[in-house]
Design a protein around this ligand. Structure first.
Ligand code: DGL
Length: 263
């Protein structure tokens, strides 16, 4: 039996589907040993258009799967799941639970006195967590909410052209109002950076992935050892399993946060 120092930490990473892969990808780029178990709950996606209680229940179910796999920590790589469940699950579960936070603070700091636009799901926009963050930052007046329901599903199915069409509509508001700072408040949207830049070249994009990764690495002391991370992917839907796995591995390919164009 390996002692604690030798043991490679096992970390459950969850999302409603493909979005959390944008966070996993950053974790896999780091030279630290860890076993990541990724769970994409495609059978119940999208989370962002559901009742908060339902998202809590679904997220709790995934966390229970992770606990049966004896993970050392859980990362909710999903802003929606974090908004609906992180505080409750932190009280309930025996392992540390990490979550996402929309990068509103860095965006406000980088654009002093200006408005910023937050792209997120219905759940993230309406939940208390975001209202608290905005009032903590004294920024309620400066955040313009852009509801992006529908967008995550298009990413889950690799429908990049359709996603671009929907984005074109969503981006009209910041374009008309001259808002350049866009916060990607959903891990799925990180894969749409190229499409957003094509449609709105002046946009400056902010996402919470790196902040979350830094926080997780520090809190779990992952950087105290050198080595290679490993990962295993699970998806709760078996329809089109080959397509799902193919898309997931393309999304995990090296490069920027955008999806690979040579698909
Ligand atoms: N990836 C999720 C997030 O970060 C949302 C996708 C969904 O609606 O399921 O908010």
């Amino acid at each position: 039996m390996k002692n604690d120092k030798e043991r490679v930490p096992k970390i459950g990473v969850m999302d409603s589907g493909m979005g959390g892969l944008s966070v996993l990808k950053e974790l896999l780029d780091l030279p630290y040993p860890a076993d990541f178990l990724y769970y994409g709950d495609l059978a119940h996606a999208p989370y962002g258009e559901k009742q908060t209680s339902e998202v809590l229940e679904l997220t709790r179910n995934v966390c229970n799967i992770f606990l049966r796999e004896e993970v050392d920590a859980i990362l909710l790589a999903c802003n929606t799941a974090t908004s609906a469940s992180a505080s409750k699950l932190r009280e309930e579960l025996s392992v540390p639970v990490f979550g996402m936070e929309p990068a509103i603070k860095p965006a406000l700091l980088a654009h002093p006195g200006k408005k910023i636009a937050l792209l997120a799901t219905s759940v993230t926009h309406r939940e208390e967590k975001l209202q608290e963050l905005k009032s903590e930052l004294g920024a309620s007046e400066r955040v313009v909410h852009l509801n992006c329901d529908g967008l995550a599903t298009l990413v889950d199915h690799g429908k990049w052209e359709e996603a671009k069409l929907l984005l074109k509509n969503i981006l009209k508001i910041p374009q008309e109002q001259g808002i350049h700072a866009l916060v990607l408040g959903c891990t799925h949207y990180v894969f749409l950076k190229n499409e957003i830049k094509d449609l709105y070249p002046e946009a400056i994009l902010h996402d919470g992935n790196q902040g979350t990764v830094r926080h997780l690495v520090r809190s779990l002391h992952l950087d105290e050892r050198q080595g290679h991370p490993n990962y295993t992917l699970f998806f709760s839907s078996n329809s089109n399993r080959d397509e799902t796995e193919g898309l997931a591995s393309r999304l995990l390919q090296k490069g920027s946060g955008s999806h690979p164009h040579n698909r």
